[in-house]
Write a protein that binds this ligand. Structure first.
Ligand code: URP
Ligand code: ZN
Ligand code: ZN
Length: 458
């Protein structure tokens, strides 16, 4: 048994001084002056006791753009635990022409036995046909994979057309799942990429200029319209800008609920980085946007139009980024963030009084758990829930650097940034996983999480 004493327990709804008693993998009691003879006691005085973070958007060991993301299931989930994220949702990518099962087996092969933290899968459907249609029910009911990712971009590789999108939506709705989307207009982006290349405009700045805000706004509206027509629960990943947020707001105005996530980098970083020599570090899709978009995204969180802050963690070493040194379209898209989402959002959001600590819990843990069929097992501090808990010192200052981070990548997107608020202890299903930087569990402790059907509501 483990007893956390004297901390401030925060959930999406509550904030109170309490002790938390853990028995086995679960929370047994929450109350004042709890005692448990023989239990290991952790003194959390001066610290927040928060639900372990859930990052529903990560890409580990993912084959992509001629290489693979540099964090695998071992390094990625361990880095996540260091930063207070206890569960992540990764993406299985169907190969066009092959089955969902074929892709799932390949991903399971890389994952099995290698997890430190808990993990679940989304299934990315890149080829919806009669065969795929039959596999949707099986994924939901047998595998507990209840969310289906679609790409409206990456033409020629991952993109599906609207015909496939509507077909998938109808099938997924029938079986109680959700369709989630990378919503940018792939044809328009493809045209702009080729235009810039033919004009000899090859620097990272042209990655940004090939994906203007309108490409995301248009696709987000189109996706919301197709979701409205089919009635499928719908979620937009990595929403970056005002135009796309307006698609979510417009849907709400007609009584439709389109759920959406932004990612920590879109709240804190902007497109001026693409003008730097090392701009390739921030080449991701969609690209970083403008300051006015950051203002809108913070407002969207506050208003509840954006329910989740994720990372889209998809790191590539600098050597791999250099694959595109002469042509922005060859830079592997993605950047590292899995370790620092919680501390960045706490420091920049809670400590700078942009959001409350309850909102912090909501967007980093509770909403992802509810949206993706894991609540109340995960995402909250409640009796009977998994004991996925972090202790966070709200006043401790520290500096982010590639020299000290645990992600398997040789640069930090936030090199030298000073933060206030540090995750001191991460507990996963009742085990202290990381304490003051020391790892106390072994590879293989992390479990695959089968998820429940989703309602599309919070
Ligand atoms: O640039 C990104 N986002 N890379 C990962 C794949 C995706 O689009 O999410
Ligand atoms: Zn994407
Ligand atoms: Zn992604």
């Amino acid at each position: 048994m483990l007893l956390i004493k004297n901390g401030t327990v925060v959930t999406a709804a509550d904030f109170h001084r309490a002790d938390v008693l853990i028995e086995g993998e679960h929370i047994k009691a929450i109350g004042h002056d709890l005692s448990a003879p023989g239990a290991e006691v952790i003194d959390a005085r001066g610290q927040f006791v928060l639900p372990g973070g859930i990052d529903p958007h990560v890409h580990l060991d993912m084959p992509f753009m001629g290489t693979s993301s540099s964090d695998n299931y071992e390094t990625g989930t361990l880095a996540a635990l260091h930063g207070g994220t206890t569960t992540v949702i990764d993406f299985v990518l169907q190969t066009q022409g092959k089955s969902l099962r074929h892709a799932l087996e390949a991903w399971q092969g890389r994952m099995n036995g290698n997890l430190y933290g808990d993990l679940s899968f989304h299934m990315a459907v890149t080829d919806f046909n009669d065969g795929t249609r039959k596999e949707v029910k099986e994924m939901i009911e047998q595998e507990g994979i209840t969310s289906f990712k679609t790409f409206m971009a990456y033409k020629g590789a991952l993109m599906i057309d609207d015909r496939q999108m509507v077909g998938l939506m109808q099938e997924v709705k029938q079986h109680g799942g959700m369709v989630i989307v990378h919503a940018t207009n792939g044809d328009m982006i493809d045209y702009l990429v080729q235009k810039h290349r033919s004009e000899g405009k090859l620097s990272p700045l042209y990655h940004y200029l090939s994906q203007p805000e309108i490409t995301e706004a248009e696709a987000s509206h189109r996706f919301a319209d197709m979701a409205s027509y089919t009635g499928v629960p719908a979620y937009i990943v990595h929403l970056t800008c005002e135009g796309a947020l307006n698609a979510v707001r417009d849907a709400a105005r007609r009584g439709q609920r389109v759920l959406a996530e932004t990612c920590i980098q879109y709240l804190l970083l902007d497109a001026s980085l693409y003008e730097r020599e090392d701009g390739a570090k921030w080449v991701m899709s969609p690209p970083l946007r403008e300051k006015k978009d950051q203002t809108q995204l913070w407002a969207g969180i506050e208003q509840g139009s954006l329910q989740v802050v994720a990372t889209d963690h998809c790191p590539f070493t600098w050597e791999k980024k250099l694959l595109g040194k002469d042509d922005f379209s060859k830079i592997p898209n993605g950047h590292p963030a899995i370790e620092h989402r919680m501390e960045l959002l706490f420091s920049e959001g809670v400590n700078k009084k942009r959001i409350s600590v309850n909102k912090f819990v909501e967007v980093t843990a509770t909403n992802p758990a509810k949206i993706f069929g894991m609540f109340p097992k995960k995402g909250t501090i409640g009796i009977g829930s998994d004991a996925d808990i972090i202790l966070l010192d709200p006043n401790e200052k520290h500096t982010l650097s590639a020299k000290t981070h645990h992600m398997n990548v040789d640069y930090s997107s936030y090199e030298g940034r000073e933060l206030t608020g540090k995750v001191k202890t991460t507990i996963l299903r009742g085990q202290v996983a990381v304490h003051n930087g020391e790892v106390r569990i072994k590879k293989g402790y992390g479990k695959f999480v089968k998820r429940n059907k989703v309602s599309g509501m919070l």
